[in-house]
Design a protein around this ligand. Structure first.
Ligand code: PEP
Length: 249
């Protein structure tokens, strides 16, 4: 059985007080014990958020980490630091990082490695731009993102990772991938894993869908055979919506 996961990427939103209010509401909400809920606040809030979910099953992640382990890299945050303040997950290669901060697959390899070295689970993001889908290149794009960013890992390392398929045209747009589009890409990604690591490994990796997932569409998406949950942006900023999504399996 694969982990069922809802991960809330807060991006660059909220002040400390608002962040703690949200997490307090989540911590007392009723969520099925089989669901892994992860909140992913901006760096400055991680430590306080961790302290505020101590008595719940909620885990905390970070939105990024440095490619270096430590040293003279002003403004960067190392995976080891994130581990030391209680993070358990790191988003690697979100499309906003790829697009606005020019992150490429070879840097993402370093971030995946830094995460795993520090006992943090990378949530590795992949997904095509609208023009790449319209030109029928979406499978090729996602295949190279997975190949170049993730397939250097050993089977044991891959099994400690999570993948998020996030079509860029669906992120923050209110346009969600159709069930057919989501399922065929998730099955494609699982097929790539099966080819390289075998069927058993492929069957054990959680692949999350991301892109305008909300309480109205989550049920249909999470019912798809190869969708194991969601990486949620906008709808993770309100506790009612995020809890409703978590309860959509
Ligand atoms: C995201 O940024 O990972 C995301 C899925 O955003 P949204 O849910 O707002 O589309």
């Amino acid at each position: 059985m694969r982990d069922k996961i809802v991960a809330g990427n807060w991006k660059m939103n909220k002040k400390l007080e608002e962040a703690l209010q949200l997490v307090k509401e989540l911590a007392v909400s009723e969520i099925d014990s089989s669901i892994k809920m992860i909140v992913i606040p901006p760096f400055p809030f991680i430590h306080s958020v961790v302290n505020n979910v101590e008595n719940s099953t909620i885990k905390v992640g970070a939105q990024n980490c440095a490619i270096q382990a430590s040293g003279a890299y002003t403004g960067e945050v190392a995976a080891a630091m994130l581990k030391s303040v209680g993070a358990s997950y790191i988003i690697v290669g979100h499309s906003e990082r790829r697009l606005y901060f020019n992150e490429n697959n070879s840097e993402l390899v370093e971030k995946v490695n830094q995460s795993l070295k520090n006992d943090l689970t990378p949530i590795y993001c992949c997904g095509e731009l609208l023009e790449e889908r319209e030109s029928n290149n979406h499978f090729k794009v996602v295949e190279s993102q997975i190949n170049e960013g993730l397939f250097h890992l050993s089977k044991e390392e891959l099994l400690k990772s999570v993948i998020a398929y996030e079509p860029v045209w669906a992120i923050g747009t209110g346009v969600t991938a159709s069930s057919e589009q989501a399922q065929e890409m998730h099955a494609f990604i699982r097929g790539l894993i099966a080819q390289k690591y075998g069927q058993e490994t492929a069957g054990a990796i959680s692949i999350l869908y991301g892109g305008s997932c909300n309480p109205k569409n989550a049920k249909e998406l999470f019912a798809l055979p190869d969708v194991d949950g969601g990486l949620i942006g906008g709808a993770s900023l309100k506790s009612d919506d995020f809890v409703a999504i978590a309860n959509s399996f």
